[in-house]
Design a protein around this ligand. Sequence first.
Ligand code: U2P
Length: 226
Amino acid sequence: MGAKGWFVLKLLMFQGLFVSRPQEDFDFFYLVLQWPGAYCDTTRACCYPTSGKPAADFGIHGLWPNYKGGSWPSNCDPDSQFDRSQISDLVSSLKKNWPTLSCPSNEGFKFWEHEWEKHGTCSESVMDQHEYFENALKLKGKANLLQTLTNSGINPDDGFYDLKEITNAIEGGIGFTPGIECNKDPERNYQLHQIYICVDTSGTEFIECPVLPRGRCPSKLQFSKF
Ligand code: U2P
Protein backbone atom coordinates (compact mmCIF):
# COMPACT_ATOMS: atom_id res chain seq x y z
CA MET A 1 0.00 0.00 0.00
CA GLY A 2 1.31 3.43 -0.90
CA ALA A 3 1.64 6.38 1.48
CA LYS A 4 -1.73 7.71 0.39
CA GLY A 5 -3.36 4.33 1.08
CA TRP A 6 -1.90 4.23 4.59
CA PHE A 7 -3.11 7.74 5.24
CA VAL A 8 -6.66 6.85 4.19
CA LEU A 9 -6.59 3.65 6.27
CA LYS A 10 -5.38 5.52 9.36
CA LEU A 11 -8.00 8.19 8.85
CA LEU A 12 -10.71 5.52 8.67
CA MET A 13 -9.39 3.81 11.82
CA PHE A 14 -9.24 7.13 13.66
CA GLN A 15 -12.80 7.94 12.58
CA GLY A 16 -13.86 4.44 13.60
CA LEU A 17 -12.71 5.14 17.14
CA PHE A 18 -14.85 8.21 17.47
CA VAL A 19 -17.61 8.06 14.93
CA SER A 20 -18.78 4.49 14.41
CA ARG A 21 -18.60 3.52 18.08
CA PRO A 22 -21.86 1.68 18.83
CA GLN A 23 -24.31 3.98 20.51
CA GLU A 24 -25.23 1.56 23.27
CA ASP A 25 -22.89 -0.27 25.55
CA PHE A 26 -25.28 -3.20 26.09
CA ASP A 27 -27.15 -5.58 23.79
CA PHE A 28 -30.75 -5.63 24.98
CA PHE A 29 -32.94 -5.10 28.05
CA TYR A 30 -34.75 -7.51 30.29
CA LEU A 31 -38.05 -6.13 31.53
CA VAL A 32 -38.38 -8.09 34.77
CA LEU A 33 -41.84 -8.42 36.30
CA GLN A 34 -42.41 -10.05 39.65
CA TRP A 35 -45.37 -11.79 41.20
CA PRO A 36 -45.90 -10.27 44.66
CA GLY A 37 -47.43 -13.46 46.07
CA ALA A 38 -44.25 -15.39 45.35
CA TYR A 39 -42.02 -12.65 46.73
CA CYS A 40 -44.01 -12.62 49.96
CA ASP A 41 -44.14 -16.43 50.21
CA THR A 42 -40.39 -16.87 50.36
CA THR A 43 -38.73 -16.98 53.75
CA ARG A 44 -37.63 -13.37 53.25
CA ALA A 45 -39.92 -10.90 54.94
CA CYS A 46 -42.18 -8.77 52.79
CA CYS A 47 -43.71 -5.44 53.77
CA TYR A 48 -46.48 -3.65 51.96
CA PRO A 49 -45.71 -0.10 50.84
CA THR A 50 -47.00 2.82 52.90
CA SER A 51 -49.84 3.25 50.37
CA GLY A 52 -51.19 -0.21 51.29
CA LYS A 53 -51.35 -3.70 49.83
CA PRO A 54 -50.49 -3.58 46.12
CA ALA A 55 -52.97 -4.89 43.58
CA ALA A 56 -52.83 -8.62 42.78
CA ASP A 57 -50.85 -7.96 39.62
CA PHE A 58 -47.32 -8.37 38.33
CA GLY A 59 -45.16 -5.48 39.48
CA ILE A 60 -42.06 -4.16 37.78
CA HIS A 61 -38.76 -5.26 39.30
CA GLY A 62 -36.62 -3.45 36.80
CA LEU A 63 -35.54 -2.71 33.26
CA TRP A 64 -32.08 -4.23 33.05
CA PRO A 65 -29.53 -3.61 30.29
CA ASN A 66 -27.87 -6.94 29.47
CA TYR A 67 -25.19 -8.48 27.29
CA LYS A 68 -26.06 -11.29 24.93
CA GLY A 69 -23.39 -13.42 26.63
CA GLY A 70 -25.60 -13.45 29.73
CA SER A 71 -23.72 -10.98 31.92
CA TRP A 72 -24.73 -7.41 32.59
CA PRO A 73 -23.27 -4.03 33.42
CA SER A 74 -24.17 -2.37 36.71
CA ASN A 75 -23.72 0.94 38.54
CA CYS A 76 -22.35 2.65 35.45
CA ASP A 77 -22.45 6.30 36.47
CA PRO A 78 -21.97 7.36 40.09
CA ASP A 79 -22.46 10.98 38.98
CA SER A 80 -26.01 10.34 37.88
CA GLN A 81 -27.85 10.12 41.16
CA PHE A 82 -31.53 9.35 41.41
CA ASP A 83 -33.50 12.60 41.39
CA ARG A 84 -37.12 12.23 42.41
CA SER A 85 -38.04 15.67 41.04
CA GLN A 86 -37.45 14.29 37.52
CA ILE A 87 -40.17 11.66 37.88
CA SER A 88 -42.78 13.49 39.93
CA ASP A 89 -45.39 13.06 37.18
CA LEU A 90 -44.84 9.28 37.23
CA VAL A 91 -44.99 8.65 40.98
CA SER A 92 -48.64 7.62 41.19
CA SER A 93 -48.19 5.17 38.33
CA LEU A 94 -44.93 3.87 39.84
CA LYS A 95 -46.68 3.25 43.16
CA LYS A 96 -49.27 1.17 41.36
CA ASN A 97 -47.09 -0.65 38.81
CA TRP A 98 -43.65 -0.73 40.47
CA PRO A 99 -44.55 -1.28 44.13
CA THR A 100 -41.90 -2.03 46.71
CA LEU A 101 -42.30 -5.06 48.96
CA SER A 102 -39.10 -4.77 50.95
CA CYS A 103 -39.00 -4.10 54.68
CA PRO A 104 -39.34 -1.80 56.46
CA SER A 105 -42.41 -0.47 54.73
CA ASN A 106 -41.67 2.58 52.58
CA GLU A 107 -43.09 4.60 49.70
CA GLY A 108 -40.97 3.01 46.96
CA PHE A 109 -38.36 5.68 46.28
CA LYS A 110 -35.61 3.46 47.72
CA PHE A 111 -36.46 0.67 45.25
CA TRP A 112 -36.65 3.05 42.27
CA GLU A 113 -33.40 4.72 43.32
CA HIS A 114 -31.66 1.33 43.53
CA GLU A 115 -32.92 0.26 40.11
CA TRP A 116 -31.93 3.58 38.50
CA GLU A 117 -28.46 3.61 40.03
CA LYS A 118 -27.71 -0.08 39.40
CA HIS A 119 -29.35 -0.53 35.98
CA GLY A 120 -30.69 2.76 34.62
CA THR A 121 -27.28 4.43 34.70
CA CYS A 122 -26.07 1.74 32.27
CA SER A 123 -28.59 2.76 29.62
CA GLU A 124 -28.03 6.51 29.77
CA SER A 125 -26.75 6.48 26.19
CA VAL A 126 -30.34 5.69 25.18
CA MET A 127 -32.65 7.21 27.78
CA ASP A 128 -32.59 9.69 30.63
CA GLN A 129 -34.07 9.08 34.06
CA HIS A 130 -37.59 10.13 33.18
CA GLU A 131 -37.56 8.01 30.02
CA TYR A 132 -36.15 5.03 31.91
CA PHE A 133 -39.14 4.90 34.27
CA GLU A 134 -41.63 5.93 31.60
CA ASN A 135 -40.44 3.21 29.21
CA ALA A 136 -40.62 0.54 31.90
CA LEU A 137 -44.19 1.57 32.76
CA LYS A 138 -45.24 1.57 29.10
CA LEU A 139 -43.66 -1.85 28.51
CA LYS A 140 -45.43 -3.29 31.53
CA GLY A 141 -48.75 -2.03 30.17
CA LYS A 142 -47.99 -3.43 26.74
CA ALA A 143 -47.07 -6.86 28.17
CA ASN A 144 -50.41 -7.07 29.99
CA LEU A 145 -49.23 -10.31 31.59
CA LEU A 146 -51.87 -11.11 34.16
CA GLN A 147 -54.69 -10.68 31.66
CA THR A 148 -52.87 -12.87 29.15
CA LEU A 149 -52.40 -15.63 31.71
CA THR A 150 -55.93 -15.53 33.09
CA ASN A 151 -57.31 -15.56 29.53
CA SER A 152 -55.55 -18.91 29.18
CA GLY A 153 -57.04 -20.22 32.41
CA ILE A 154 -53.86 -19.65 34.42
CA ASN A 155 -54.92 -17.92 37.63
CA PRO A 156 -53.15 -16.91 40.85
CA ASP A 157 -55.12 -19.44 42.89
CA ASP A 158 -52.32 -21.51 44.49
CA GLY A 159 -52.88 -24.06 41.71
CA PHE A 160 -50.05 -25.81 39.87
CA TYR A 161 -49.57 -25.17 36.16
CA ASP A 162 -47.28 -26.53 33.46
CA LEU A 163 -44.26 -24.37 32.80
CA LYS A 164 -44.85 -24.98 29.09
CA GLU A 165 -48.48 -23.78 29.39
CA ILE A 166 -47.34 -20.56 31.08
CA THR A 167 -44.60 -19.95 28.52
CA ASN A 168 -46.95 -20.63 25.60
CA ALA A 169 -49.65 -18.32 26.97
CA ILE A 170 -47.20 -15.43 27.31
CA GLU A 171 -45.71 -16.15 23.91
CA GLY A 172 -49.23 -16.02 22.47
CA GLY A 173 -49.73 -12.60 24.09
CA ILE A 174 -46.47 -10.79 23.38
CA GLY A 175 -45.21 -12.78 20.39
CA PHE A 176 -41.89 -13.81 21.99
CA THR A 177 -40.67 -16.46 24.40
CA PRO A 178 -40.28 -15.15 27.97
CA GLY A 179 -37.85 -16.31 30.63
CA ILE A 180 -39.54 -17.70 33.74
CA GLU A 181 -37.90 -17.67 37.15
CA CYS A 182 -39.10 -19.66 40.13
CA ASN A 183 -38.61 -19.43 43.85
CA LYS A 184 -39.25 -21.99 46.57
CA ASP A 185 -41.74 -21.28 49.33
CA PRO A 186 -41.21 -22.56 52.92
CA GLU A 187 -43.08 -25.79 52.00
CA ARG A 188 -40.56 -26.24 49.19
CA ASN A 189 -43.10 -25.63 46.44
CA TYR A 190 -41.68 -24.04 43.33
CA GLN A 191 -43.61 -20.91 42.47
CA LEU A 192 -43.83 -18.55 39.52
CA HIS A 193 -41.74 -15.64 40.75
CA GLN A 194 -40.47 -13.46 37.88
CA ILE A 195 -41.04 -13.15 34.17
CA TYR A 196 -38.29 -11.79 31.92
CA ILE A 197 -39.30 -10.19 28.62
CA CYS A 198 -36.63 -9.02 26.21
CA VAL A 199 -36.69 -5.50 24.83
CA ASP A 200 -34.63 -3.83 22.10
CA THR A 201 -31.92 -1.28 22.88
CA SER A 202 -34.34 1.62 22.39
CA GLY A 203 -36.30 0.29 25.36
CA THR A 204 -39.60 0.25 23.49
CA GLU A 205 -40.08 -2.97 21.45
CA PHE A 206 -40.24 -6.57 22.57
CA ILE A 207 -37.75 -8.90 20.87
CA GLU A 208 -36.80 -12.58 20.96
CA CYS A 209 -34.39 -13.08 23.88
CA PRO A 210 -30.73 -13.30 22.86
CA VAL A 211 -30.22 -15.31 26.05
CA LEU A 212 -32.71 -16.59 28.62
CA PRO A 213 -32.04 -16.41 32.34
CA ARG A 214 -31.55 -19.67 34.22
CA GLY A 215 -34.89 -19.89 35.97
CA ARG A 216 -34.76 -22.90 38.34
CA CYS A 217 -38.29 -23.92 37.34
CA PRO A 218 -39.54 -27.50 37.33
CA SER A 219 -42.13 -28.63 34.76
CA LYS A 220 -45.02 -27.85 37.16
CA LEU A 221 -45.13 -24.75 39.31
CA GLN A 222 -47.46 -22.96 41.63
CA PHE A 223 -49.11 -19.64 40.80
CA SER A 224 -49.59 -18.36 44.33
CA LYS A 225 -52.45 -16.27 45.66
CA PHE A 226 -51.77 -12.71 46.69
O1 U2P B 1 -30.49 -12.46 40.65
C1 U2P B 1 -30.19 -11.69 41.77
C2 U2P B 1 -30.07 -10.22 41.43
O2 U2P B 1 -29.05 -10.02 40.44
C3 U2P B 1 -29.42 -8.92 39.62
N1 U2P B 1 -29.52 -9.37 38.21
C4 U2P B 1 -29.84 -10.65 37.87
C5 U2P B 1 -29.94 -11.05 36.55
C6 U2P B 1 -29.69 -10.11 35.52
O3 U2P B 1 -29.77 -10.41 34.31
N2 U2P B 1 -29.38 -8.83 35.89
C7 U2P B 1 -29.29 -8.43 37.20
O4 U2P B 1 -29.02 -7.28 37.48
C8 U2P B 1 -30.72 -8.37 40.16
O5 U2P B 1 -30.39 -7.35 41.08
P1 U2P B 1 -31.34 -6.18 41.58
O6 U2P B 1 -31.70 -5.29 40.45
O7 U2P B 1 -32.55 -6.83 42.18
O8 U2P B 1 -30.49 -5.50 42.60
C9 U2P B 1 -31.30 -9.63 40.82
O9 U2P B 1 -32.29 -9.38 41.74
